[in-house]
Every structure is written in structure tokens, then in C-alpha cells.
Write a protein that binds this ligand. Structure first.
Ligand code: SER
Length: 590
């Protein structure tokens, strides 16, 4: 069973159970301040899970590309990935536990579907605690379907609870499905600690809303949100130990092998796994319009590329090579993700430039390295290379520790690795804290303020087109409770006059007390009425178009406020470059 087959079967299955199939959203969340990347299939659907009506209906399914960077340093083992594909199905206030669990069971075990013997499956359900009771309903559903009690584990919040994505919002118990991927027959009793039981699917039952006081109140609209990892399922169905052995990665390994110019089995080589994994992720991130930089998603991308380059050198690959691996990723995945082909030139150009720039940085680092060595006085007999300084080289110039060690040894020095580790850990803790702060909040919080800034974003989009020209197109949008951020295509810095003009127009539109309305229509109709926004049939046939008076019409999922009088005064705080050909505006409402 190929991965292509699995994707198709999944979508066919849910289509035949009257779900609308929606496209994968971009890896860059729109209008979500809480994270840098789309981390799950439910992520682009948050406003619908909170009650907004989805134009495609109340039962949805898709394959969503996702990025999770929390364990970036773990990549290279058999299980951690930064990029993965998630198969998901949703019920927005329609079906609940009984149907969701039956669908999952039927898809996993059905002869026409994945055909996994039930003997190879196990599940877990929420055991209950002070906040919410034991999920007896889910437990009984599994029993009824024929799962033996020995194969149903009851676990606590740590394992069987999902969300909220921010501090508050929808959350609830989940039931997780595991498949045996060990040697021989699975044991009678399910032991969740046994790593041969691989978690493959997660059905989340969003039935509570966590309030700011920390209470769990029942939700009026109960939703189902499920997620199945494509890579894992593919490996299991192909009797492979891990996803690197499947066709999702094999062509990439063959390319790495050719580039290294040596016949070898790279599938079990840690460096090669990192190169393959990171380049797959980097190619997809680039395809969604991010360029390497020193902030946010651009910085994550830069790390992925630079780590790839370092590991590539260790494999004996010389010269620029990342674009060659990217072109394999593009070839392998463009059937399912056409944006890869469309962005091929951008992807390859950015990779070439990043490699050049990194080579420059390394050169500068080399100078710095020599300075450090030369400054160790001759009378220091124990020639030790300071660990903090080794970390400085790593941090500032991207010098991997191995490289510093190697070069230092050539000069008769040994590197204080413990000192390096210490500096490294401290740095990591600090950046984790930074990340946690970034992830705090969420669309669910300050939803009114978010809606106001969202409406202001639509006004800004239209006004930029009026002032700068029709080449202006949205390249990204991100809203926190305090500000909006809007990326758009425009080749040069805006002048002071242009910025003032934009502010004046927007504030005059706000003063006109324009009504904000939404209407559902087909893509064709949306085009006819002159709506702007993302036209790729994101939600299949029907889309929602928000209009602000007669001034702006834009395809969008909401939420918005009702009238521009709610907005206050619009002010641009910053206009800067985001990447080549893309400008970024940060603005507030007073
Ligand atoms: N949101 C859940 C997860 O990420 C199910 O899709 O696992």
C-alpha cells in the first residue's frame, strides 16, 4: 500500500460518508498569532470549531501539511519529524463519539480500506480526573465494536486529553489508536509503555471550553477533531521499521547517495536522515513563500537549511547541493501539492543564496576561530579551547561543535565540551521560554479585538491595492490581541506619503460606518463580484466572501466585527522588508 493510496483511500472513505474534502491550508497560519506554523489539521479550522459556519459544511476531511519544531534536535532518530502530513476528519457540531469511533474502526480494519487485523490494534481512552469524568461512552463504543477490554487502556490527562491550543478554548478527552509494529504477535494485554505499539490516530472530542478561571464548561457545539500521521501509517502498512524506509523518503536518500558519490545504505545513517527530513521540510516551507531570515518562520527555515549543509559535509558532499535535493522533493510531492512546482524557481533561488551566504558566514567564523586560538597565551600549558567560545562560534557563525573540535585538535587544543553543553542548554532553555510566551494566548482569547484587527486587515489590503497598485497581493497575515501584521507583494519600501495616504483612506472608511457582511457563493461568483483573496479552491466549490460596505470584498473565513465604527483609529507602526519582493506592515487600532 503506497502513501498515495493511503491518502486517496482516506479521502474516499470520508467522502463516501458525506464529508466535504477540503484542501490543505498553507503551512503559515493565517490570522493566528499563537504559532509560527500550522501544527495540525484542526489548526486552520479553529474559528469553525468555535462556532463559525464553514462554507463546505459541517463534516470535513483533508490531508494537511504540518510543521512541528519542538523536537528539532531529536530528528535523526526513527520517529521525530519536523514536517509531516496529517489525515483528519471533523464534525462541527454534527456527529460525536459513537460515529467518530466507528468511522475510525471501519477505516482501519475494513477490507476495502486499511485492512489492519483487529488483533494488531489497541486503544486508550480518558480515565477521568477532577476536571472531567472517565470517558465511559468512548470506552463502551470500543467494546461494542469488538475491541477486547485488555486492549483498552484508561489513561490520564497527560495522554488522553487534547487542547486547548492556547490558554483557553475548546478542548476535551481523546481516544488514541495504536498499531502493533513489533516482532512476532502482539501480547494479549495492551501496554502503552511498550514502544512497539505505535500511536497512529487520535480522535479528539471537543466537548469543553476551558475558561480564563481554569474551569471546564460544557460546549454548546460539540466537535470531533481527528488526526492520523501519514508517515507512521505508511511505514506500518508496508511492514517497515520507520518512515525513512518508505517511498516517502527513499528517492531523497538515493539523491543524497549520488551527491555523496559513494554506494552506502543511508536509510540508517543519522546524518542522512537529518538531511532528508530537513530538506523535505525546508522545501515545503519555501513553497509557502517563506524565505530564510533571522526571525520567526524564516529563522526556523534557516536552521533547517544550515543543519542540512553541515550534515551534508559530514557525508562527504561538497559544493552547493540543497537545491538538488529540493528538486527531488518537488518531483515526488508535486502531484499532491502543486504549489511545489509553481514555486520551484523561488525555492531553488533561495536555497542557492542561503548556501552562498552561509559559506560567507563560515569564512568569517574561521577568522574568529583563529583569533580565539591566537589569544591563548603560550604559558597556558593545558591547551584548552573555551566551551563558551565554542558555543559562540556555533551560535553566531553556525560552526557545529564537531568542526570546532576538529580544527582545534589540528592545533593541539582540546575543546571544553562540558562548557559548550552548559552554554547550549542555557540557550535552549531561554529560547524555549521565548517560544512558550509566543504560543500563549490564541484566537480564543481577546476574540473581539482579533475580529476588529481582522476587519482592519481587509481594509488595509484593499487600500494598499488602491494606493500602490493591483500587484499587491496578500502573502501572509498574523493577528495578536495588540496588532495586525500583513505581508504583501510589493517591490520597494513605501514612502512616508504612501503610508500616510493609506492611513487616511482607512480612517475615512472607518468613519463612514460601513457595514461588514458575509455571503456564501461559488468561486466563479466570487470572481465575478471582484472579490480579492486566495482563489485556489480552498474550500472546494463554495466560499465565504466578506464585504465592507462597497469598499472591500474578500474571500475569508472570518471572524470579523459588524461595523467599521467598532474599529477606532488605524495606525501603521512599521513598514519593513519581510523577504525579497515582500513587504510587511505592522499596524494597530487605537
Ligand atoms: N488535534 C489533534 C492532534 O493534533 C487531532 O487532530 O493530534
Amino acid at each position: 500500500m503506497t502513501s498515495k493510496n493511503i491518502r486517496k483511500k482516506y479521502l474516499d472513505f470520508f467522502k463516501s460518508r458525506s464529508h466535504a474534502i477540503i484542501d490543505s491550508a498553507s503551512l503559515l497560519p493565517e490570522n493566528d498569532p499563537t504559532v509560527l506554523f500550522t501544527t495540525a489539521g484542526m489548526h486552520p479550522l479553529v474559528s469553525y470549531l468555535l462556532g463559525e459556519k464553514h462554507p463546505a459544511g459541517a463534516k470535513l476531511a483533508n490531508v494537511q501539511k504540518c510543521i512541528r519544531t519542538g523536537d528539532i534536535e531529536e530528528v535523526g532518530d526513527d520517529v521525530h519529524l519536523t514536517f509531516f502530513e496529517m489525515l483528519g476528519n471533523w464534525s462541527l457540531g454534527e456527529y460525536f463519539k459513537k460515529e467518530a469511533i466507528s468511522y475510525s474502526y471501519e477505516f482501519l480494519t475494513g477490507k476495502n480500506w486499511l485492512n489492519i487485523p483487529v488483533e494488531n490494534l489497541a486503544v486508550s481512552v480518558f480515565a477521568g480526573d477532577d476536571d472531567a469524568p472517565f470517558d465511559e461512552e468512548a470506552y463502551n463504543c470500543w467494546l461494542k465494536l469488538g475491541m477486547s477490554a485488555e486492549r483498552i487502556a484508561k489513561l490520564g490527562k497527560k495522554d488522553n486529553w487534547w487542547g486547548p491550543a492556547g490558554q483557553t478554548g475548546p478542548c476535551g478527552p481523546d481516544t488514541e489508536m495504536f498499531c502493533w509494529n513489533g516482532d512476532g504477535n502482539p501480547p494479549e494485554k495492551f501496554d502503552p509503555e511498550n514502544a512497539s505499539w505505535v500511536e497512529i490516530w487520535n480522535d479528539v472530542f471537543m466537548q469543553y471550553n476551558k475558561t480564563t478561571e481554569g474551569n471546564f464548561e460544557p460546549l454548546l457545539q460539540k466537535n470531533v477533531d481527528t488526526g492520523m500521521g501519514l508517515e507512521r501509517v505508511t511505514a506500518i502498512l508496508q511492514n517497515k521499521k520507520n518512515c525513512y524506509e518508505t517511498e516517502l523518503f527513499q528517492p531523497i536518500f538515493r539523491k543524497i547517495e549520488a551527491l555523496a558519490g559513494k554506494k552506502q545504505n543511508l536509510t540508517t545513517n543519522t546524518e542522512a536522515k537529518i538531511v532528508a527530513e530537513h530538506m523535505r521540510a525546508a522545501t515545503f516551507i519555501l513553497a509557502d513563500g517563506v524565505a530564510p531570515s533571522n526571525v520567526d518562520s524564516g529563522y526556523i527555515l534557516r536552521r533547517l537549511i544550515r543543519r542540512t549543509i553541515n550534515k551534508g559535509r559530514k557525508l562527504g558532499i561538497n559544493g552547493a547541493f540543497t537545491f538538488e535535493i529540493a528538486s527531488v522533493v518537488i518531483e515526488e510531492y508535486c502531484d499532491i501539492y502543486p504549489e511545489l512546482k509553481k514555486q520551484k524557481k523561488f525555492i531553488e533561488d533561495e536555497l542557492s543564496m542561503e548556501e552562498e551566504q552561509f559559506a560567507e558566514t563560515l569564512k568569517k567564523g574561521l577568522k574568529e576561530f583563529n583569533k580565539i586560538i591566537d589569544n591563548v597565551p603560550d604559558f597556558v600549558r593545558k591547551k584548552s579551547f573555551n566551551g563558551k567560545k565554542a558555543f559562540f562560534l556555533y551560535e553566531t557563525y553556525g560552526f557545529p561543535l564537531e568542526l570546532t573540535v576538529e580544527m582545534a585538535e589540528e592545533k593541539g587544543f582540546s575543546v571544553d565540551k562540558k562548557g559548550f553543553e552548559k552554554a547550549y542548554k542555557k540557550h535552549q532553555e531561554m529560547s524555549r521560554k521565548g517560544a512558550e510566551n509566543k504560543f500563549k494566548g490564541g484566537l480564543a482569547d481577546d476574540s473581539e479585538q482579533t475580529a476588529r484587527l481582522h476587519t482592519a486587515t481587509h481594509l488595509l489590503h484593499q487600500t494598499l491595492r488602491d494606493v500602490l497598485g493591483d500587484h499587491v497581493e496578500q502573502r501572509g497575515s498574523n493577528i495578536t490581541a495588540k496588532r495586525l501584521r500583513f505581508d504583501f507583494s510589493h517591490p520597494e519600501k513605501m514612502t512616508i506619503e504612501e503610508k500616510t495616504k493609506v492611513e487616511t483612506i482607512i480612517n475615512s472608511k472607518i468613519a463612514e460606518a460601513l457595514e461588514v457582511k458575509d455571503e456564501e457563493m461559488s468561486i466563479e461568483e466570487a470572481k465575478k463580484v471582484g472579490a480579492i483573496g486566495i482563489f485556489e479552491s480552498k474550500y472546494g466549490d463554495r466560499v465565504k466572501v466578506y464585504s465592507i460596505g462597497n469598499y472591500s470584498k474578500e474571500i475569508c473565513g472570518g471572524p470579523h466585527c459588524k461595523n467599521t465604527t467598532e474599529l477606532g483609529t488605524f495606525k501603521i507602526k512599521k513598514e519593513q522588508s519581510s523577504s525579497r519582493g515582500i513587504r510587511r506592515i505592522k499596524a494597530i487600532l487605537n
